[in-house]
Design a protein around this ligand. Structure first.
Ligand code: GTP
Ligand code: MG
Length: 580
């Protein structure tokens, strides 16, 4: 896994130290049966109490050393794996932040969360296990083989038969199990992402009484997960008993062969006990190895998914030396821009868009839903790159300049209000970190947020729940506008941001904006024609194309689409006037 390379130089020393402790611990374990056989064959057989006590003491001492080593590797393993996990998580978080929207759109949001949490934990646990037991099992296995052969080379023939059979069984186990467990992991991901999606949309589910549908959907993927797990487990279930059986046959053979030889006076009881002891150690370490692989499969699948994120090359490049042009403050140029979202086929979302906004102008953008208004303004802070044509801000191509410098000049109120958990003050300060209280209040007054915010007991320190759940739609929009206004940007983009505010409040916000936006460029997307009527220029979009540019009066004369929008809305208002 390429992303792991970064962590090797940092942790290999601690890792090796942990493995060293582990090796020492394994050696201590390996010495035990041999000492035991000596106690039986020399001490007990010849009734030499002093020998038994001496050897018993030695055993205690070795156990103590082993325990110290075990403590050491536990501490090391926890430290290394926790530090590694934390670092990997924060690196990944930073990586995700650095990606462009094009990159991020390639992943489902829920899957990014799973990668950041669950997948990192899997890899971290595997790391931890590696330093705890995974390395120990092969050590014990090989060590026991050597010790047993040294103890009695004739009995070792039994091992020469048993071990290859067991190894074959384990290899088969891995070969069959690996793809099965990958399928299980995929099904688990599905369950995870379904429950995340359900939780984020729980209001809609309740509102539309979609419980049965959601339960069915969940049940399906839950059953799939169960079925796949059962299938995998069933296939695997024969292996452990088969390994046990083989090893137990081996033990019986050793007992039988040994018994014959003890009778013949060629072998002693202690040796046989020690030999069987080694054999069970081999058995357990082999079983452990075959269990480890289950964890390995998970870790490998997780590492692959983490790698996918790290492998994303940011699709956006820029020239680090390009500086904004201070003389063309607030100017925006679109030159024959075509745009489409990645992965979508068919007609481009925007076609041949060309227009210019001069500094200080207020430009309205109007058009039916889906006509491409939000997509158009998203190109100005370079959320996405164009398919063809150029977007210039302050006379500089947005592809040339560092996005951070570019976005400093722009304040955007998105169509979908986004607020973060924290106080109202924190949320407004996102617009300008070092804003003073006076600036914040001024911005909030302009966006008509000051009134309701100061009516709360905690005022600006009122806590917003996640996503602002404790605020009304219109309240959230007004806080979101204040956040943009406090920035005092060169370019202000308001994407249909008063849709949830009543008409009277909206017109007060518009009045305040008029003075505020006098010397900055303001792009105003609106559904209501009255909102853009007195703009310096109105751009009419239809199906991704500009079908009219000009002032209200000109458009009323020349642009059919504009006339239609106007008629539909004015007609409605007159009707509602009549009915009222
Ligand atoms: P309203 O906000 O409803 O008034 O529409 P709009 O004029 O702002 O339209 P927008 O620019 O959001 O969408 C234009 C087209 O782009 C639509 O056909 C959408 O299907 C498509 N679109 C918008 N956002 C995305 C996106 O994030 N990904 C993809 N693949 N398509 C998108
Ligand atoms: Mg929109």
């Amino acid at each position: 896994m390429p992303f792991l390379k970064k962590y090797v130089p940092k942790y290999w020393k601690m890792f090796c130290l942990a493995v060293l402790c582990l090796t020492f611990e394994a050696l201590c374990d390996l010495a035990m049966p041999t000492i035991l056989s000596k106690i039986i064959d020399v001490g007990v057989a010849h009734s030499r109490m002093d020998y038994v006590l001496r050897m018993g003491g030695l055993m205690l001492l070795i156990t103590a050393f082993g325990a110290v080593a075990a403590c050491g590797r536990n501490i090391l393993a926890s430290r290394v794996s926790q530090k590694f996990g934390a670092e990997l998580r924060s690196d990944m978080f930073r990586k995700i932040q650095s990606l462009s929207f094009d990159n991020i759109d390639r992943f489902e949001r829920a899957s990014l969360v799973t990668r950041l949490t669950n997948d990192v934990t899997q890899v971290q646990n595997f790391m931890n296990g590696l330093m705890r037991i995974f390395v120990k099992s092969p050590l014990i296995c090989i060590g026991s083989l050597i010790m047993a052969t040294r103890l009695n080379s004739q009995l070792a023939i039994v091992l020469a038969v048993v071990v290859p059979i067991v190894a074959l069984l384990i290899a088969l186990n891995m070969k069959i199990g690996f793809p099965l467990f990958i399928k299980v992991q995929k099904a688990l991901d599905q369950v995870n992402s379904l429950s995340r999606e359900y939780l984020s949309g729980v209001r809609v589910v309740k509102a539309f009484n979609r419980f049965d549908y959601e339960v069915d959907k969940f049940e399906q993927s839950n059953q799939e997960y169960r079925a796949r797990s059962v299938r995998a487990m069933r296939r695997m279930s024969i292996f452990n008993p088969a390994i046990m059986l083989t090893v137990n046959f081996g033990i019986i053979t050793v007992l039988w062969l040994g018994g014959v030889r003890v009778d013949g006076g060629q072998m002693q009881v202690g040796t046989i006990i020690a030999f069987i002891n080694y054999m069970t150690q081999i058995l357990f370490s082999l079983m452990m190895i075959s269990n480890v692989f289950n964890m390995f499969v998970r870790a490998k699948a997780s590492a692959g998914r983490i790698d996918e994120v790290f492998a994303q090359e940011n699709t956006m490049n820029w020239n680090a030396d390009t500086r904004p042009n201070p003389e063309m403050k607030g100017r925006i140029d679109f030159e024959n821009v075509y745009f489409t979202y990645e992965g979508t086929s068919g007609e481009p979302v925007l076609k041949n868009i060309s227009f210019t906004c001069h500094a200080g102008e207020t430009v309205g953008i109007i058009g039916s839903t889906g006509s491409g208004k939000s997509s158009l303004v998203g190109l100005i802070p370079r959320f996405y790159d164009t398919l063809a044509g150029t977007v210039k801000v302050n006379g500089v191509d947005v592809k040339e300049i560092d996005p951070q410098l570019l976005r400093e000049k722009i304040a955007l109120v998105p169509q979908q209000t986004v607020l973060f958990t924290g106080t109202v003050l924190d949320n407004i300060k996102i617009g300008k970190e070092d804003a003073t209280m006076a600036e914040i209040e001024q911005a909030a007054k302009m966006s008509e947020a000051h009134g309701f915010v100061s009516s709360f007991a905690d005022g600006y320190n009122t806590i917003l729940g996640q996503g602002g759940v404790n605020f009304s739609g219109g309240q959230k929009q007004r806080v979101s506008i204040a956040r943009a206004l406090v920035r005092k940007p060169e370019i202000l983009i308001l994407d249909d941001c008063t849709s949830a505010v009543d008409v009277a409040t909206e017109s007060r916000i518009k009045e305040a904006l008029k003075t505020y936006a006098a010397d900055l460029t303001c792009l105003l997307i609106a559904q209501r024609i009255t909102s853009v009527m007195d703009a310096d220029k109105i751009i009419v979009l239809d199906n991704g194309e500009i079908v009219g540019v000009g002032k209200h009066e000109t458009l009323m004369r020349t642009c059919r689409v504009y006339q239609e929008i106007c008629q539909s809305q004015v007609g409605k208002e007159m009707q509602s006037d009549v009915s009222a």
